[in-house]
Write a new protein. Structure first.
Length: 287
């Protein structure tokens, strides 16, 4: 059964570890992540961007697929199905479809409009037992057409949003989506510390978790980060493994062209990547 992400993240912050949000893009992605979580007794959050939602035939299709897998694969660890960088309307749609957690990203609005819209989503989601993530200070890079320059959030604004009753908060601290450029300045831990102080027990979220050095990840966790989002690294290892399979001509051997065989190396690569992240985040054995 899908669960709200609130309890697992409160527990993570108290325990000084983080739960990974791994974005899903298809059946193979979802199965790989769920099996890895179960094998490592780790709570997990399945992230779905609005673009991925459209690609996978809509939110109801995704809910049906994930709930079916939880039953068929005998998944017993806590699993949340979470809308990633949701618009106002997207958050409402996923709440109606049966997601157990949503992110409303109002960071591109002025703070007053962000507050008003966040309030409405919180009231709607909490009436159904669904957890809510909000954002202050846009994350760099591009996510479904929304481009952020990697701004650093204002701790005072973070407190304003945290006080609305949200369950966890994404705050920009110089992190970006996609591959990190060579001239990346790194995470701003001074600001993260101030945000953690301002928001108290609120679990914090680190977006753009792919490619951040391990030492920075661990320091971020020590400063209140309890949820770390990973997508690009899984995409890169999946693509690399699939390319290798084709370049070695294995798709031409026997029934190597069968999609179940063609995609299998990529699935194993995702599982290895997810396990590696769970080890780094400290979530193994925490289910």
């Amino acid at each position: 059964m899908l669960v709200s992400a609130k309890e697992m993240l409160v527990k993570a912050k108290e325990g000084k570890y983080a739960v990974g949000q791994f974005n899903i893009n298809n059946l193979e992605w979802t199965k790989a992540i769920l099996l890895t979580a179960q094998e490592n007794n780790s709570p997990v959050i399945l992230g779905v961007s609005e673009g991925a939602g459209k690609y996978m035939c809509g939110y109801k299709t995704i809910v049906g697929m994930v709930e079916g897998m939880l039953e068929e694969l005998n998944i017993t660890v806590p699993v949340a199905l979470h809308l990633d960088h949701g618009s106002f309307e997207g958050a409402k749609e996923t709440i109606a479809a049966g997601f157990s957690s949503v992110m409303f990203d109002g960071s591109h609005y002025g703070i007053e409009e962000n507050i008003e819209k966040t309030k409405e989503i919180v009231a709607l989601a909490h009436s159904k037992g669904i957890s809510v993530e909000a954002e202050v200070g846009s994350i760099g890079g591009e996510e479904d057409g929304v481009v952020g320059a990697g701004e650093v959030a204002d701790p005072a604004e973070c407190k304003e949003i945290a006080d609305l009753g949200i369950d966890f908060l994404a705050a920009g601290i110089g992190n970006i989506h996609g591959k990190y450029p060579e001239n990346w300045a790194g995470l701003n831990f001074e600001v993260l510390g101030k945000i953690n102080d301002a928001t108290g027990d609120m679990p914090l979220v680190l977006h753009g978790g792919s490619g951040i050095p391990d030492a920075m990840i661990k320091e971020a966790i020590s400063l209140g980060v309890a949820k770390i989002n990973v997508n690009t690294e899984c995409q890169l290892v999946f693509a690399e493994a699939t390319r290798k399979y084709v370049e070695e001509g294995k798709d031409q051997q026997g029934k190597g062209y069968d999609p179940r065989k063609l995609l299998a190396p990529g699935v194993e690569a995702i599982k290895a990547c997810v396990k590696e992240k769970m080890e780094l985040f400290g979530s193994i054995g925490q289910a």
